[in-house]
Ligand binder design. Sequence first.
Ligand code: ADP
Ligand code: MG
Length: 211
Amino acid sequence: MAKDTLSIEETCDMMIAVADKIIESEPILTDADRALGDGDHGVGMERGMNAVKDALADAKFPSVGKVFMGVGMAMMSSMGGASGAIYGTFFRSGGKALGDAEALDAAGVATFFKAGADNVMSRGGAKPGDKTMVDALVPAAEKAAEATGGSVSDALTAASNGAESGKEASKAMIATMGRAKTLGEKSVGLPDAGAVSVSIIVAKMADFAAS
Ligand code: ADP
Ligand code: MG
């Protein structure tokens, strides 16, 4: 049954399910980054998500925000590369914005994505349209903000739809940040690797909340 809110334990289980999904998706992320970058995004994400599973297994967290902060810390300390720092910032600042909440609701989903996306932009310098994971994170935050009146499942589904359309829209963009920048117009036609990983992560979060 679609969930109205997620408890701390459910939030942990959701992120472990996300970790397994990303580990399984390593070849997709490798191919996406090989096309426009250096090909290490899949292996980096796999390493990061194994660290996330280690950090969340058997751990007790006092709030849902601390679960997301734990995800961010595990990714930041294990991955390296641009995406380790960017994802670390995203999950840590998104989690921090949730304060002491002991359940994740629709409004919390909106708060989480907005704070996460804003901090990624202010720390990493990318704006919408630069063909980075920002192009999936910002529409995820915007769609979540329109879905605060329903269940956590509705809000995560809205965020997932936003991330998916942002990832699709990134295909038409010319890269102006990160490694793909040197390709210029040759980057048109393929999605940004980080936008692909964001869309997989948010889709799995929505899946978990819907089931
Ligand atoms: P690296 O670029 O160090 O090889 P990864 O391959 O793991 O790291 O990650 C690449 C992804 O990181 C890109 O596809 C892009 O989405 C994201 N990225 C790179 N720089 C930035 C930035 N300044 N802001 C947001 N995302 C970024
Ligand atoms: Mg790379």
